[in-house]
Write a protein that binds this ligand. Structure first.
Ligand SMILES: Cc1cc2nc3c(=O)[nH]c(=O)nc-3n(C[C@H](O)[C@H](O)[C@H](O)COP(=O)(O)OP(=O)(O)OC[C@H]3O[C@@H](n4cnc5c(N)ncnc54)[C@H](O)[C@@H]3O)c2cc1C
Length: 280
């Protein structure tokens, strides 16, 4: 199928993009196009205007400032995969990115697109939640920041308003005591995950504190497993796996039943807990 007709604009500044988005209530942002173009071709979405943000300067930086790593919205997955700053200071992102699609998709797909699209089986939204990160949003009324815990509202639904542009994501830079873990199960490497788990923690001697477990592929948004986090903080791995029954209620979907997904979530927890205990 071909997309329904749409107008196209390629603004050269963020202010211009926001203005164009504000003028047309049915406008959509085009970033890497890896998700949007497919939905247009299948006529799952019919925007009247595409606002292509690829020529806007200043959205493709990766910086370390005041203990935070900031990744611009237009940073491609492949650029992030090669970044020394991300490898050193945001190792959870570095672990997750090779699981996103295939090289061709990672060459075009953007970090901002991945977070804004908010696919419930996507890796990066869960990573941002596991890291206690935040999203920088620019809109008609200026810039504001939303915590990852509050950003993902529902199925493909976020805190972004109609005329908003996701400008960057930020996360605390890793320190000597930071630990991260990542694992997912997919039918083939590069497929969206059946179930995945992104995690962060602080090492305290032999114990872990500040554990954040963010599952993906188990609900409408990335899901924090708070009961399992509490059990793992006590060092009780078996209890943590059992506690997932109270944390996760994955629905059946075309790939698997909810019961199988809950079982797989436990398998992943054991793998990720092992990673959290090791130096990063
Ligand atoms: C075959 C295939 C396999 C894939 N596998 C995976 C996978 O395993 N894991 C995974 O996470 N992803 C996967 N993807 C999706 C890929 O990661 C996309 O790149 C990503 O989801 C969207 O990024 P994009 O830059 O292409 O965004 P686009 O497709 O351009 O946009 C996606 C949506 O986000 C909005 N948007 C984009 N940028 C912004 C912004 N800065 N501010 C506000 N809104 C914005 C758009 O309006 C649109 O609604 C796959 C894609 C394909 C085609």
């Amino acid at each position: 199928m071909k997309p329904a007709p749409f107008a196209y604009a390629k603004p050269r500044s963020l202010a211009d993009a926001i203005e164009q988005l504000g003028r047309d209530g049915e406008a959509r942002i085009l970033a890497g196009g890896q998700s949007l173009i497919a939905t247009l071709n299948m006529r799952l979405s019919r925007p009247t205007l595409l606002v292509d943000i690829n020529d806007i300067p200043g959205l493709d930086g990766i910086t370390l400032k005041d203990g935070m790593v900031e990744i611009g919205a237009l940073v491609r997955h492949a650029q992030a995969e090669r970044s020394e700053t991300i490898a050193k200071h945001a190792p959870l992102i570095a672990k997750a990115i090779p699981h996103i699609g295939h090289p061709a998709i990672r060459n075009r797909g953007t970090i901002g697109g991945s977070i804004a699209f908010a696919d419930p089986a996507a890796e990066l939204p869960a990573c941002l939640k596991a890291l206690g990160g935040e999203v920088v949003i620019a809109g008609a009324r200026g810039e504001h920041t939303v915590k990852a815990d509050d950003f993902f509202k529902g199925l493909f639904e976020t805190a972004l308003g109609a005329g908003d542009v996701l400008k960057a994501i930020r996360m605390p830079a890793a320190t000597a005591t930071s630990r991260t873990g990542f694992a997912e199960l997919a039918r083939r490497h590069g497929d969206y995950a059946l179930v995945g788990l992104a995690a962060s923690a602080q090492a305290k001697g032999d114990a872990l504190s500040d554990i954040r477990l963010a599952y993906f592929g188990v609900g409408a948004t990335p899901v924090r497993a708070h009961k399992a986090e509490a059990a793992l903080t006590r060092g009780a791995l078996d209890d943590a796996v059992a506690a997932l029954a109270g944390d996760l209620d994955p629905p059946d979907d075309v790939q698997e039943t909810g019961a199988v997904k809950r079982h797989l979530a436990g398998v992943l927890l054991r793998r990720v807990a092992q990673q959290l205990m090791e130096a990063r």
